[in-house]
Design a protein around this ligand. Structure first.
Ligand SMILES: *[C@@H]1O[C@H](CO)[C@@H](O)[C@H](O)[C@H]1NC(C)=O
Ligand SMILES: *[C@@H]1O[C@H](CO)[C@@H](O)[C@H](O)[C@H]1NC(C)=O
Length: 413
């Protein structure tokens, strides 16, 4: 049945008008987020402190100090202002944590981001806090309860709407800038340029496993389409996994101007029973099959059928070129042509999934701007407090970690 439908829908989706997008975003009810919190980083001593607009101070990172108490009140959006590239765009890196205790085992990962932002003149934003997600307003959400992944949509919205950012690179705590990226300047802006040329408001890097969009690395531009997407992502929160609803929100928007016949089906896939291999009603099935079946209706040429025979055929995303969807792009696992905004040599792939113990495609992989990894970065590109753009990176002898997190934990969402 679906195979027949495909023929007629290859080029169905046209851009939604701004009026439609504004209407979708208009009635959003966003939780309160406090802005005006500033971060101060001492790169020589590896100490980071924050000060909220009401004068509360905390030590974010320091080898010695104990983990400080939670800041009372709404989540904080804290900023380390570095922006000095003067190209008229507010551009930042955004990372999200529920509290400082959560962040502590990830200190090497945080330093990697702070150092990169300082050297590149990007603002660094830290969203710190949790939101009450108990109520999932969408009646299709049978489980009725959302988990703590939901702060990502709230944090991105706050960065765009409250902190006035134009372009935000959203990185999970376990995503880092690879060592090579520190010696080639301006890359962050280049990936946003790729999106601009492809007329994409949001982009992600194609993953090595069967997932349509992995939200650990997102490129987000402030546009009416992005605001509509974020509103759906937050409104339709359902179950523990925010990614499921990101896919749902993409399909919901694409559905408005095409004949996808998507009717919120993904909301029924919140169960995370990974053990039941025969189940076609779990998150995993949605991740591997359902999202692909819908997205394939829009852009059949972007998908390749797996040669492995299965009850539910698997389709992979084509991996070696930019895949354009309406207002959204998946950047390839291979090098990209340079965008208009930054002529010059091609760009490395946006991200790789560097798992130390894996060989081949899921191992260190080809050159990439970012790595999504649970292995702590064993290099420091701001050695001895030198944040100069040309500072050489040095190898770091990592002390033994007492935390399981941040140490070669394979991950798959
Ligand atoms: C929609 O809004 C964006 C930004 O506000 C603008 O760049 C774009 O040209 C608008 N599109 C149309 C079709 O008016
Ligand atoms: C596994 O999933 C199938 C289909 O959803 C279901 O019929 C079956 O009862 C499940 N098995 C277990 C052990 O939960």
């Amino acid at each position: 049945m679906r195979a027949l439908l495909l023929l007629g829908t290859a080029s169905a989706a046209a851009a939604l008008s701004n009026a439609t997008l504004h209407a979708i975003a208009a009635d959003a009810i966003w939780p309160e987020v406090a802005t005006g919190c500033i971060l101060r980083a001492d790169f020589l001593n590896h100490v980071v402190e924050l000060e909220t607009s009401t004068g509360e101070t905390r030590t974010v990172l320091s080898k010695e100090s104990p983990i400080p108490p939670v800041i009372p009140g709404p989540p904080q959006l804290c900023a380390l202002k570095n922006d000095h590239d003067n190209d008229g765009k507010q551009r930042s890196v955004l990372t999200i944590a529920t509290d400082l205790k959560y962040l502590r085992p990830w200190s090497h990962f945080l330093w990697n981001k702070l150092c990169y932002c300082k050297r590149e003149g990007l603002d660094f934003l830290l969203f710190l806090g949790n939101v009450d997600t108990a109520h999932a307003p969408n009646p299709k959400c049978l489980s009725g309860k959302a988990g703590n992944h939901w702060i990502k949509a709230v944090a991105i919205h706050a960065a765009l709407s409250r902190a006035g950012q134009d372009e935000v690179l959203v990185l999970d705590t376990d995503a880092i800038f690879r060592r090579e990226s520190f010696s080639r300047h301006g890359l962050a802006s280049c990936y946003f340029g790729v999106m601009e040329d492809a007329q994409a408001s949001v982009a992600a890097g194609a993953e090595h496993y069967q997932v349509f969009v992995n939200a650990a690395v997102l490129l987000v531009r402030e546009t009416p389409w992005t605001r509509a997407l974020l509103r759906l992502w937050w409104r339709d929160r359902c179950g523990e996994k925010d990614q499921l609803i990101l896919w749902h929100s993409l399909l919901t928007l694409w559905n408005k101007d095409s004949n996808l016949n998507y009717d919120g089906e993904l909301l029924a896939y919140t169960s995370r029973d990974y053990k039941n291999k025969s189940s076609t009603s779990t998150y995993k099935h949605a991740r591997r099959v359902v999202t692909f079946d819908y997205a394939r209706q829009l852009r059949p040429a972007h998908f390749v059928k797996s040669p492995v025979a299965r009850a539910h055929p698997i389709y992979h995303l084509a991996a070696d070129s930019l895949l354009d969807f309406p207002d959204f792009a998946l950047l390839p696992q291979t090098a990209l042509p340079p965008p208009k905004r930054c002529p010059g040599p091609g760009l490395p792939s946006l991200r790789s999934n560097a798992a130390r113990r894996k060989k081949g495609a899921r191992g260190a992989g080809p050159a990439s701007f970012l790595a999504h990894t649970k292995n702590r970065p064993a290099f420091d590109c701001c050695p001895a407090g030198n944040v100069d753009a040309a500072a050489p990176c040095v190898a770091v002898n990592l002390e033994r970690s007492t935390h399981r997190k941040g140490e070669s934990t394979p991950h798959r969402r």
